[in-house]
Design a binder for this molecule. Sequence first.
Ligand code: FCB
Length: 476
Amino acid sequence: MRKHKRKQFFPYSLPYPGNLSFPDKFIWGVSTSDRQITENIDRGLSIWDAFAMISGKIEGGYDPRITCEHMRYYKEDVALMKQLGAGAYRLSIAWPRWQSEGLGQPNQSGIDFYDRLIDQLCRLGIDPWITLFHWDLPLELECLGGWQNRDTAKRFADYVFSVVSKLGDRVKHWMTLNEPNIFAFQGYLSGEFAPGKHGAWLAAFRAVHHLLLAHGMGMQVIRQASSDAKVGIVVKMLPVETLSYSPLAHASAHLWRMLGTSWFLDPLLRGSYPLPVRGIYDAMSAINRLGRHSPVVRAGDMEIICPKKRMDFLGIDYYFRQVINFLGQWRMHVPGSQHTAMGWEICAAALARGLIRLKEEYGELLPIVYITENGMASDDVLVNGQVNDQQRIDYLIDHLIAVLQAIAAGVDVGGYFVWSLIRNWEWPKGLLKDFGIVYVDFKSPERTRTPKSSFYVYQDVIRGNGLIYVPLSMCR
Ligand code: FCB
């Protein structure tokens, strides 16, 4: 690895990649998640259905029953992926569709849908990559304590075993969890996501450990059920960068790095929590012992989370960096920077720096990385049957350049998935934020789909396995 001066927190520039081609066998894909694109049929309720019913939780009042109706139009969507030239499709299985109440007998009509979808993908030569938990916990399990209850990890493993036994003949790449770091922060601290708890730090600590345990237990059963499976987890990359030095900025950046990243990647890759986090779990255990309750972290847990046979890959989702100012505060708005319709700062360079930093930090422990989500929301409109999303084109090209920079610096990146194939239900933003490279007309009963300009640019990138065939006039 090339070492960079001041690598710790300060942004530095990387050379423009001399080679605009991606490695052979680089995987090009698109991502979605079940809750964001499918209808509420053939399934039980999840924590998001309940959360969305609370007034004021979802902007514009769009609840998740209004979708692009992917169950109905899945053949059309798979045909779009084929037209794009995607080699892989990252989708999620909704646990409450597989097992309506999160346990017991699988729900046959739910299984049938995934069977049909996966057959269709295989028929068209698109490799299904499956996320097993993309935030939609069955509501019944939340009533039993959700991720604060250790049993949820065991139930997750049972569900995973059932899925892999059924689909493992056609699916080789499995992601246990999507972004446990974001799920924990937004679900237990800011309350912006289901299950909607505010400032519940102890609950967050319990939930994180049980999520990681679920990942480990899930990985065990995936390997039992399918000998050639590749297993990973998806973590949101939150590179922390300070723009000026102060002891406060330095300390705050350390804290954010630990909470946002090391709390998750240290146990997954090294088999231990960072020291201060371990201290908190130890203190919780001591209190539990006084009340004759079992500790949260038990003997043997860390070996389950990080077994000898490590996970095969790490999925990285990247959207924005965390900028820390002189006073140690996190700022979303850096003067002079551009933002997406979500208000997220656009900073492709931080993706390259973040990947390089991961490699420097974890070295050989870091498995091959796939960018499992990257993309932006914009206010797109259909004009004369076309959607011109030039800002997204620039965004994608810049982020692909960042991936090339990381590869040139020695990071093993094996693929890239755009978030998202299609306009979808964006959690608390409902239908107000559109990340799709395919536009959906929600006013039309047929949910008419129109590929945007970015779709065609991405198609060119995939065809050329690089940026060489993308006319520069389209990039800038
Ligand atoms: C990620 C989520 C994904 C989508 C994008 C915009 O954090 O995994 O479902 O909402 O953000």
